[in-house]
Structure formats: structure tokens, C-alpha cells
Design a protein around this ligand. Structure first.
Ligand code: 3HC
Length: 311
């Protein structure tokens, strides 16, 4: 059967909401864009452990330390689910990790910002995980089976991540003047980078049209971003705090919040590797990879020994 016919049959499966599985025929471009997105998602989870890991030893109470530890461990697990989903598309985890460590692979821009105070743990949980949840709930319905199934499990844990972040800020917002100021400062620093997590505006999104047609994405970058802004603009009122956008205003005609212009120059600068912490993050990943070589070798030797026994 000609590839064009196979392509038409494939699109009919997508249109009928039939999940695509690893052994199914798929256009090379579908395989490639899923591998691109899923591996970048996995990298984001692993690199995302670094900004929060920075505060585990400095959490204000044992309870906060335990909660933050659990969250950071969850992110590691999310990365492993996603690397496993990506491996079903034909690239080894070693290759994916090598692409991250040599700077070839992307990960989410948001993790290239520093976590300066304890309130940042609240802002990251509330805003970054909040944005991730909107995106990931959508991805529970993505057309590639292994990715969709990984998302279902991840989303269950993300809601705890967002709630613990909001609760950190709620406590600070009811605290001393200094704690209130720390809370507002963290929101001010994390708001715009969180909006950038959803990707460039639709007019500059090179992958979206095809990803929507193949139901990899169900909503565009701008649609998800607007949904996030509408949600947070209400939640921030509970904190008695503000968002750093003087153009943020409810628009009764649009039934959405209008908002100010995102600094796309900053976004692309960070994506290209020139953000505040890009070098620090990659250095940390490379160091962890080098220092973990003995664990990988031991695991491989153990697996080979077990295999020899049953052969
Ligand atoms: N950071 C870095 N690169 C980004 C980006 C961001 N925030 N947003 C977009 N890009 C890149 C894209 O990867 C693409 O480059 P590529 O073609 O070389 O991969 C380019 O900018 C153009 O963007 P597009 O809109 O065309 O790309 P997509 O269609 O892939 O949409 C996306 C971008 C919405 C991020 C999509 O890739 C996606 O939904 N990814 C899965 C979710 C994800 O990765 N989230 C990251 C955070 S994970 C997280 O927060 C975990 C939580 O537990 C803390």
C-alpha cells in the first residue's frame, strides 16, 4: 500500500480517537515529533528537580522538608515514565541523556531561573506546576498511547505539587510584613516565565498545526496560556497578592483576562541557552551523570549476571 494511503489510514485512526501504539505504522514525522516532545518533557522533569532541590536542606521545618523531598522525588519518577515512553519510539535513554548533556536537546525554559527564597518553592509549586498541570491534563488525551498513559499517572501527583505550593504562599501571605513581601517578590519573578512555559505565541509555533492535526496537542499554546491566566488571576486574590501585569484586566466581551505583552526576546534568549541558570543546570546534570557512572555500570553488570544465569 502506498505511503500516502497509509498516511490517510493513519489520519483516520487519529480522527476516530484510536490510540497509536509503538508497534503501529506511523509517519516518520509523527514518530519524530513525539520523540522530540516526550524526550524534552522528560528532560524538563529531571532538570526541574534542581531549582527545588536547592531548598531541601534549607526548608523552614521538617514537615516542609519532607513535602519538598516527596515532590522532587516525584519529578524524578515523572522523568523516568517519560523516558520510557520516549524509548518506545526508537531512541535509547543513553542517547536522550547524551543529547541533554551536550546541549543538543531542549528542556523547559522555566527551569533556567534561580530559586532565591523559600517563597520561590511556593511560587514554583503554584505557578510552574499549575501551568504544567493544564498542559499535562490535555496530554492525557494525546494520540500516542504510551505518552497518554504516562500523563494519567503524572497528573495525579502534580495536583499535590500545586496545592503544596499554594499552601506555602498562603501561610506567607498571612505572616509578617517581611513574609508578605517575600511572597509577592516570588510571584513577581515567576509570573512571566511561567507564561512562557506554554511556548511561543501560536503565530510562531512551528509544531502546533501538525500536532493539533495529529491530536498530539488538543489545545494551542495561546489557548492553554489564556486558561492559565484566567485561573491564576482569580486564585491570586485569595493570597491577597497581585500579579506583576498592570494590563491584566477582565474583558467581559472576551470572557477572559486581557494581559500585557510577554517578553519574547527573553523567552528565545533562555531557550537558546542564555538564561540566568542555563549553564548551572547543564553543569549540574553533567556532573550527576559522571558521578553516577558507577551505578549504571553496576546495574548493567548485575543484569548481565542475572541474564547469564537464566540463559
Ligand atoms: N522551553 C523551551 N523550549 C520551548 C518552550 C519552553 N517553554 N516552548 C516551546 N519551546 C520550543 C519547542 O520545543 C520548539 O522547539 P523544537 O521544535 O526544537 O522542539 C519551539 O520552541 C517552537 O515551539 P512549538 O510551540 O512549535 O513547540 P511545541 O508544539 O512542542 O509546543 C510545548 C511546546 C507546549 C512545551 C510542548 O512541547 C509540550 O506540551 N511539551 C510537553 C510538556 C512539557 O514539556 N512541559 C515542560 C514542563 S514539565 C514540568 O513543568 C514538570 C513539572 O512537574 C514541574
Amino acid at each position: 500500500m502506498a505511503t500516502t494511503d497509509m498516511g490517510e489510514l493513519f489520519q483516520q485512526k487519529i480522527d476516530k480517537e484510536i490510540k497509536i501504539e509503538p508497534r503501529d505504522w506511523m509517519p516518520d514525522a509523527y514518530r519524530k515529533t513525539n520523540l522530540r516532545q516526550i524526550s524534552q518533557h522528560a528532560h524538563s522533569e529531571i532538570v526541574g528537580m534542581l531549582p527545588e532541590g536547592n531548598w531541601i536542606s534549607r526548608a523552614p521545618t521538617l514537615k516542609r522538608k519532607a513535602i519538598l523531598l516527596a515532590k522532587v522525588q516525584d519529578e524524578a519518577g515523572h522523568g523516568l515514565y517519560l523516558y520510557s515512553a520516549a524509548e518506545t519510539l526508537g531512541m535509547s535513554r543513553d542517547q536522550m541523556v547524551a543529547d541533554l548533556n551536550n546541549g543538543k536537546a531542549k528542556y523547559s525554559s522555566i527551569f533556567n531561573y534561580p530559586t532565591l527564597t523559600w517563597a520561590d518553592m511556593g511560587a514554583v509549586g503554584w505557578l510552574v506546576d499549575g501551568a504544567a498541570i493544564l498542559n499535562q491534563v490535555m496530554l492525557c488525551r494525546t494520540s500516542y498511547g504510551p505518552y497518554a498513559r504516562a500523563m494519567v499517572r503524572i497528573c495525579k501527583e502534580e495536583s499535590f505539587h500545586q496545592r503544596q505550593g499554594f499552601e506555602i504562599l498562603l501561610v506567607l501571605s498571612k505572616g509578617s510584613a517581611a513574609q508578605k513581601a517575600m511572597c509577592q517578590d516570588a510571584i513577581n519573578r515567576w509570573w512571566w516565565p511561567s507564561l512562557m512555559m506554554f511556548g511561543p505565541k501560536d503565530s510562531e509555533s512551528t509544531n502546533s498545526d501538525q500536532s493539533i492535526q495529529w491530536k498530539i496537542k488538543r489545545k494551542t499554546n495561546d489557548e492553554l496560556r489564556q486558561q492559565f491566566i484566567d485561573m491564576i488571576a482569580e486564585q491570586v486574590k485569595i493570597l491577597g497578592m497581585t500579579l506583576p501585569d498592570d494590563k491584566l484586566q477582565w474583558n467581559p466581551e472576551r470572557k477572559h483576562y486581557d494581559f500585557g505583552e510577554i517578553n519574547w526576546e527573553e523567552f528565545w534568549n533562555v531557550v537558546k541557552g542564555n538564561g540566568p541558570c542555563n549553564k548551572q543546570r547543564l553543569d549540574a546534570r553533567r556532573k550527576a551523570h559522571e558521578e553516577g557512572a558507577w551505578v549504571r555500570e553496576a546495574a548493567k553488570a548485575h543484569a548481565a549476571k542475572r541474564l547469564a544465569k537464566v540463559a
